[in-house]
Design a protein around this ligand. Structure first.
Ligand code: NAD
Length: 267
């Protein structure tokens, strides 16, 4: 059986660490040529590229701040220079800048919205232009291109102390669905993955002490924290033709966090 993403090119934003790094590795293992995007230090991205190459895959590292239009254009230009086209975009770059609502500065708000939401818009627009221009390459995929938005359970679970983050992910939900509606006639598939608690640098404070970790587990019916590979495997499936009829959907990969665990024994 051929590898699921053989002959395809994938850009994964923010893939020098955490979930993005795992998606890059899983997609490379499935046969894709991978663009590993980083924003500041190239160290993590070079490690990911090295691991992919050591396993026999192809990858390059490209610097880009996804909230900056000129840098996004350059990310795609560098992708085309190295690999000729793009078939899969994973909008993974994201960050938190937490504050109590009344203490949240405009800078806190804008920074998170610019990276988590505007960054997904800018990258998706460039990918969609290329998918429309190139069309379906039937030896590679039934679709002309695939966009996967990394959202969060906080696109549906309100999150005090993180209003900017929850608003950005709620925005990703309707950005994804609206793109899916508009781009479907071009055979472009658009979906989201909404992770629950995945052990990465972004949420260190939620798992690094035993007390915090136990509090976290009480929110997860399946009773384990997620690992980045949980999202990597889901992303490979959503990018592959195995999910060809899945479009405009949010795949929650959260150990049941969105099942309102507080109601398990009462309510
Ligand atoms: P992470 O901090 O390891 O990864 C985020 C990545 O985004 C980093 O590599 C960072 O350098 C990059 N980034 C930040 N600003 C950027 C910018 N302006 N341009 C390009 N890249 C930028 O954390 P993670 O948990 O791997 O997060 C990945 C995604 O998953 C984020 O969108 C996050 O919101 C989402 N998510 C994570 C969890 C979790 O529990 N870890 C849960 C739900 C959603």
């Amino acid at each position: 059986m051929p590898e699921q993403l053989q002959g395809q090119v994938a850009i994964i934003t923010g893939s020098s660490s955490g979930i993005g790094a795992a998606i890059a590795q899983c997609m490379a293992a499935a046969g894709a040529k991978v663009v590993v995007n980083y924003v500041r230090s190239s160290k993590g991205a070079e490690e990911v590229v090295g691991e992919i190459e050591a396993a026999g895959g192809k990858a390059i590292a490209v610097q880009c701040d996804v909230s900056q239009e000129d840098q996004v254009l350059n990310l795609f230009a560098q992708t085309y220079a190295a690999f000729g086209t793009v078939d899969i975009l994973v909008n993974n770059a994201g960050l938190q800048r937490d504050a109590k609502f009344v203490d949240m500065t405009l800078d806190d708000w804008n920074w998170v919205i610019n990276v988590n939401l505007t960054g997904q818009f800018l990258c998706s627009r460039e990918a969609a232009k290329e998918f429309i221009k190139r069309g379906v390459v039937s030896e590679c995929s039934c679709a002309a291109g695939k966009i996967i938005c990394i959202s969060s359970v906080h696109e549906v679970i309100p999150w005090g102390g993180h209003c900017n983050y929850a608003a950005s992910k709620g925005g990703v939900r309707l950005l994804m669905q609206s793109m899916a509606q508009e781009l479907a006639p071009h055979k472009i598939r658009v979906n989201s993955i909404a992770p629950g608690a995945i052990k990465t640098p972004i949420n260190r404070s939620a798992w690094e002490t035993p007390e915090a970790f136990n509090d976290l587990l009480s929110l997860i019916p399946y009773n384990r924290i997620g690992v980045p590979e949980d999202i990597g495997k889901a992303a490979v499936w959503l990018a592959s033709d195995d999910s060809d009829y899945v479009h405009g959907e949010v795949l929650f990969v959260d150990g049941g966090m969105t099942l309102y665990p507080g109601f398990a024994t009462g309510g």
